[in-house]
Design a binder for this molecule. Structure first.
Ligand SMILES: [Zn+2]
Length: 266
């Protein structure tokens, strides 16, 4: 499936050829890293080929979301607080029934500089490779959140992630530090997934925004085994692993129908 990227080819790649995840891909996620970004990066790397310096970090999230839509076992239950009366509103989200818009990146996004305290700084859109460098740097560290932040500022400003540049970043004017994150936010590109919900108490309408995390494609062992158990009488494990989720659902439904036919005949 050809997936056009929301970065609009800004770093060099306009689209990727993505295949649907199979049970084999889902099985691998059981032993994957805890880091959200690296998890998604590894997951999509198994599903399509790309040069990670030519797609953006936001593209990684986007490709991940497109592939997660093919795995429909998961329903996410979300809740927000009503802004009028404070009632907790809970709603299930399923792909296909909610609004999805894609926000693409502006061609001029790459050229951005800012003069702070007399020094000119250039800002850069983060590539998928930048994301790997940032998250690998902070991996397995107690202080990972702060490290991710500092490494992100390094890469936005175009510095390599070294002890020296981390030290430099720590001493930057706070306005510049903030500007780096505003720059990322302003240039955010990807899938905007929303759902309209109504407060059951006062009827106020709300827009829920959904961010897809790794749980969408993580299948725990019991679920995995239960899926295989449904087809094991006519499918060996190796063949089962090659199925995509929709293929599997069709196949299981067919087996069910056949079993019912047999029962009613006999
Ligand atoms: Zn309300």
């Amino acid at each position: 499936m050809k997936v056009v990227l929301p970065s609009n080819g800004l770093l060099g790649t306009k689209w990727v050829d993505l295949r649907e995840p199979t049970f084999e891909d889902l099985r691998k996620t059981q032993h994957a890293t805890e880091d959200e970004y690296l998890f998604k990066y590894e997951f999509i790397k198994g599903l399509c080929e790309f040069d990670d310096t030519k797609i953006t970090m936001d593209d990684v999230q986007y490709i991940y979301e497109v592939s997660a839509t093919a795995v429909t076992f998961n329903t996410v239950t979300m809740s927000i607080k009503c802004r009028s009366c404070g009632t907790k509103i809970t709603s299930d989200f399923m792909f296909g029934e909610s609004e999805m818009n894609v926000r693409t990146l502006d061609k001029d996004a790459r050229k951005c500089s800012k003069v702070i305290e007399g020094v000119e700084y250039n800002f850069h859109i983060l590539s998928a490779a930048d994301g790997v460098a940032i998250h690998t740097y902070a991996l397995d560290d107690e202080d990972s959140e702060r490290m991710i932040e500092e490494a992100t500022v390094c890469r936005v400003l175009g510095y390599d992630i070294t002890d020296a540049s981390i030290e430099k970043v720590r001493n930057l004017p706070i306005a510049l530090y903030v500007a780096c994150f505003l720059y990322i936010k302003a240039n955010w590109h990807g899938m905007d997934i929303k759902k309209e919900v109504e407060c059951p108490n006062c009827g106020t309408k709300h827009t829920m925004q959904i961010h897809l995390d790794s749980t969408w494609v993580k299948m725990d062992l019991p679920t995995f085994i239960a899926q295989f158990a449904a087809v094991r009488t006519c499918l060996d494990f190796k063949s089962f692993l090659k199925f995509t989720v929709p293929e599997f659902q069709n196949f299981a439904a067919y087996l069910n129908a056949e079993a019912k036919k047999k029962n009613s005949n006999g």
